[in-house]
Design a protein around this ligand. Structure first.
Ligand SMILES: [Zn+2]
Length: 336
C-alpha cells in the first residue's frame, strides 16, 4: 500500500511540469479567445456608433482598437474620418500627416478640411453650436446666417420637446442649387432631406412658411437618430416626425386593409407606390398619436416617447412599448 502511494506521488511529481504547461496553454488560449471576442465586440460597437453618427463613441472604440493594432491602416483611416466629422479639422490634418501611408480618401479629408475652414473664414461665419457646417454652391453670408438662425431655433424647440441634448453635432449641408432658383412662386421640389446629413437649401428663407414643417420633420429624424443606437422601427420614426411637423391629421383613413406591422416596421421611405406609401405614413402618424394620447399628449408625453425610443436598443420594439405603454405594436395597430 505504502509502495503504491509513493509510486503515485512520484508519477504525479514527474508529470507536474506537464500539468503546469497544459494549464498555462489553456489559460493562454482562453486569454487569446477573450481578447479576440473583446476585439470583435469593439469593432461591432465602432460600426454601430459610425452608423448613427455618434462620433464621440466611435472615437473611443477606435482609440481602444488602435491600442492593440497601432499600425492598422483601416483603423487609422477611420480615426481621421472621425476627427473630421467632429469638425476637428486641424487635428484631422495633423493626424493624417503623422501617418506613414498615403490614400486618396485621406487626401480628400485634408483637402475638404482646408476648404471648410477657408469657407467659414471667407463667409465670416462662426462655427455653429449644434451643427457642423458644409456648403454646396457658394451661398452668401446672409443666406447662411438666416438659415442657421431658423435651424437653431428649431433645434432648441425639439431638444426641449424631447428633453434631449444630442452629444454630437449634426452635419448640416447648406446648398444652393442654381437650377432651382427662382422657379415659380414657390418651390415644388423636395427641399430639405435627412440622409445622415441634414441637407437644406440655403434660400429656403424665401419660403419660410413652407420650410418650417419640412425643417421640423427632418430635424426630428436627426434627433431620433441621435437618441438611440437601435434600428428605429420606421413607423415610430415617421410617426413622430409627422406629429412634430404638424402634418394635417384630418386626412381620412386610407381605404382597404390595415398594413402589416412588418411593413410598418421596415423602411417605407423609398416606397414608390404612392397609395401604399400614403397608407404607411397615415398609420404611422396615428399609432404615434395614440401613444402620445395615452400620456395626455402634453410635453411629458413627448418626453416619455423619447425615453421609449432610447430603450429600443436594449428592449427592442415590443419590449420598449410594453414598458412605457403596456401594449405591443400589433395591439396598438389593432386599436387604430
Ligand atoms: Zn420622414
Amino acid at each position: 500500500m505504502a509502495q503504491k502511494k509513493s509510486n503515485w506521488i512520484r508519477r504525479t511529481v514527474c508529470l507536474l511540469p506537464v500539468y503546469v504547461l497544459m494549464l498555462a496553454g489553456y489559460l493562454y488560449y482562453e486569454k487569446k479567445v477573450g481578447e479576440r471576442i473583446r476585439y470583435e465586440d469593439m469593432i461591432a460597437m465602432t460600426n454601430k456608433c459610425i452608423r448613427v453618427g455618434d462620433w464621440k463613441c466611435a472615437e473611443y472604440y477606435v482609440r481602444e482598437l488602435l491600442k492593440s493594432e497601432p499600425n492598422d491602416t483601416n483603423l487609422q483611416m477611420h480615426m481621421a474620418g472621425i476627427l473630421f466629422e467632429q469638425e476637428r479639422y486641424q487635428e484631422c490634418i495633423s493626424y493624417i500627416e503623422s501617418l506613414n501611408f498615403k490614400h486618396k480618401d485621406l487626401d480628400y479629408l485634408v483637402e475638404k478640411s482646408n476648404a471648410l475652414e477657408q469657407e467659414l473664414k471667407n463667409l465670416g461665419v462662426e462655427k455653429s453650436m449644434h451643427f457642423r457646417l458644409e456648403f454646396d454652391g457658394g451661398p452668401s453670408k446672409k443666406d447662411v446666417m438666416e438659415a442657421l438662425a431658423v435651424l437653431e431655433v428649431a433645434y432648441d424647440s425639439i431638444s426641449n420637446l424631447f428633453d434631449f441634448l444630442p452629444e454630437n453635432k449634426m452635419c448640416l449641408v447648406l446648398y444652393q442649387d442654381k437650377e432651382f432658383q427662382g422657379v415659380g412662386p414657390r418651390p415644388d421640389w423636395v427641399g430639405a432631406v435627412f440622409d445622415g446629413k441634414l441637407r437644406v437649401p440655403v434660400n429656403m428663407m424665401a419660403y419660410r412658411e413652407i420650410y418650417r414643417p419640412v425643417l421640423f420633420h427632418e430635424l426630428t429624424h436627426a434627433f431620433v437618430r441621435a437618441m438611440t443606437h437601435a434600428h428605429v422601427p420606421c413607423w415610430m420614426n415617421e410617426g413622430i416626425a409627422q406629429v412634430v411637423d404638424g402634418s394635417h391629421n384630418n386626412k381620412e383613413r386610407p381605404a382597404g386593409a390595415k398594413p402589416s406591422i412588418e411593413s410598418l416596421r421596415k423602411s417605407f421611405v423609398k416606397e414608390t407606390n404612392t397609395e401604399k406609401a400614403t397608407k404607411l405614413y397615415w398609420y404611422s402618424r396615428r399609432m404615434v398619436e395614440e401613444l402620445l394620447k395615452r400620456d395626455g399628449g402634453g410635453l411629458e408625453a413627448f418626453r416619455n416617447f423619447a425615453k421609449c425610443l432610447q430603450d429600443l436598443s436594449e428592449l427592442k420594439m415590443d419590449g420598449a412599448l410594453q414598458k412605457y405603454y403596456g401594449i405591443t405594436a400589433k395591439d396598438l395597430l389593432e386599436s387604430i
